[in-house]
Design a protein around this ligand. Structure first.
Ligand code: NAD
Length: 491
């Protein structure tokens, strides 16, 4: 057996109670595939019922330990800060691991590691500075609100931006005083394991961050249903989110759900069209369109429709689709072959229903990319907003372009969607931008910019795009429950 084969045959262990465990083997190991080449990266041990029981018991014990419950904010903040520092130290290795598991281009992987490290630093600062409130007295007593952790929090993450999502849940949940069981996507289990290793190295007490790779229907569902798990923070598809919410309802357990989107990107006829088209291209094709906030429905005011379409198609054709580590690559592959097939079939159905494929709609012809799950940036015209391709989340590099005439008509169409995650508006008319931003049903609205995200600003969805808000100060309170305490002052 060659060295490489031996490496692949030994599944990477999971992390429970500070120990790296191979697992009982009751569940088949996950196979991590490089979507740019189709090659096997490595295998990862999958958790089953026995590992779940152990992780919940360990996390419960760690969450209740006096050393963690009574740890002063500066000490807890110090641990989180150290995690961020170590992530930066290991940035290249983390970025590479993400790149070979989900195929995002190198520059984006590096940016995402930096963003994840910054999230740990941000929540270290929040942890150290956030106070509790003395509430206005209504009598001869002192009343105050304390914020206490739930205990064991389950964090369940998708494959498109694994490390960013993991940091966005783990950092505030720990800052809030919980223990965490992290269940990463079966497609990208490895960055979560590295995060667990780094947290241990940073000095986080064992058992406060456990990582259980495995399937959603298997260990994911069992984790949500487990009575020892007191809160779930989930990012992923709307169908999975609905199942998790149903399971949580029967336990009366709080959930935070960051789900899918079909975000409208709107260009009025007075906009800076070059800047707008740049943002439209980045908003849909960055990450091969595998972004929850992808601006996948483009509404262009009729007077500039032809001009915008022209600029857009030229820009889309010029994008460099390549191996993710190739110099200048702007779009890598789709994260899995199955997902590429799904995108292809959605575009085929749209075409059959009358959509015009203005560019893309196919795999690249470049022989070097033939073994990977690549798909070209695709622009579809001649579409009605009620068409399936304009209503369903493709989660790929597919943009639907539609003209509009009036502001009222635009708002009605933009809001005519089950989703409500994000929206973008391009116009030089600020009163109009304000009116439209207020009227749009979306958790985030960008004006003359797109995909601008800040860890300090709450993020989440309206309608089928989710429940609750991550990020910002509220992103820490998400992982705490309020307790009122009254001190009688006599008399
Ligand atoms: P997915 O729903 O298939 O899986 C997400 C995670 O949930 C995985 O870890 C999976 O194993 C787990 N899971 C699936 N079913 C489960 C169940 N019944 N119980 C417990 N866990 C379960 O989503 P995906 O395909 O990995 O990711 C793509 C989706 O995520 C897209 O819809 C995208 O819009 C969404 N997303 C949303 C945001 C956001 O912030 N709103 C961010 C990124 C991705």
């Amino acid at each position: 057996m060659t060295l490489a084969a031996r490496h692949i045959d030994t599944p990477r262990p999971m992390l429970i109670g500070g120990e790296l465990l191979g697992g009982s083997g009751a569940q088949p190991a996950l196979v991590s595939i490089n979507p740019a080449t189709g090659e096997v990266n490595h295998r990862v041990a999958a958790a089953g019922a026995a590992e779940l029981e152990l992780a919940v018991a360990t996390a419960t014990h760690a969450a209740q330990a006096a050393s963690w419950r009574q740890m002063l904010p500066p000490q807890r903040a110090g641990l989180l800060h150290r995690v961020g520092e170590l992530m930066l130290r290991d940035a290249d290795a983390l970025a590479r691991l993400q790149m070979i598991e989900n195929g995002k281009v190198w520059s984006e992987c590096v940016a995402q590691v930096k963003s994840a490290a910054a999230t740990f630093r941000y929540y270290a600062a929040v942890c150290e500075t956030l106070g509790s409130e003395l509430t206005p007295s209504r009598g001869n007593y002192l009343s105050m609100t304390l914020h206490e952790p739930y205990g064991v929090v389950a964090a369940i993450t998708p494959w498109n931006s694994p490390l960013t999502m993991e940091a966005q849940k783990v950092a505030p949940a720990l800052a809030a005083g919980n223990a965490v069981i992290l269940k990463p996507s079966e497609v990208t289990p490895s960055t979560a394991l590295e995060l667990g290793r780094i947290a241990l190295e940073a000095g986080l007490p064992a058992g406060l961050l456990n990582v259980l790779p495995g399937t959603g229907a298997g260990v994911g569902a069992a984790l949500v249903a487990h009575p020892g798990v007191k809160m779930v923070s989930f990012t992923g598809g709307t169908a999975s989110g609905r199942r998790i919410a149903e399971a949580a309802a029967s336990k009366l357990m709080p959930v935070a759900l960051e789900l899918g989107g079909k975000s409208p990107h709107i260009v009025f006829d007075d906009a800076d069209l070059h800047a707008a088209v740049d943002a439209v291209v980045g908003g849909i094709f960055e990450g091969s369109g595998q972004s929850c906030v992808a601006g996948s429905r483009l509404f262009v005011q009729r007077g500039v429709y032809a001009q915008v379409l022209d600029l857009l198609v030229t820009r889309a054709r010029a994008l460099k689709v390549d191996l993710p580590d190739a110099a200048g690559a702007q779009m890598g592959p789709i994260a899995t072959f199955a997902h590429r097939d799904r995108i292809e079939s959605m575009v085929a159905a749209a075409r059959a229903a009358g959509a015009d494929v203005l560019t893309g709609g196919a795999r690249p012809s470049d022989e070097r990319l033939a073994a990977g799950a690549f798909y070209l940036p695709t622009v579809l015209g001649h579409i009605d907003n009620r068409a399936a391709i304009a209503q369903q989340e493709v989660f790929g590099p597919v943009l639907c372009v539609m003209p509009f005439d009036t502001e009222d008509e635009l708002i009605a169409q933009a809001n005519d969607s089950a989703f409500g995650l994000a929206a973008g508006i391009w116009t030089a008319d600020f009163p109009r931008a304000w009116r439209v931003a207020r009227a749009l049903e979306a958790g985030t609205v960008w004006v003359n910019t797109y995909k601008q995200l800040s860890i300090a600003t709450p993020f989440g969805g309206f309608k089928d795009s989710g429940l609750g808000r991550e990020k910002g100060l509220t992103g820490l309170r998400l992982y705490q429950q309020a307790k009122g305490v009254y001190f009688g002052l006599g008399g």
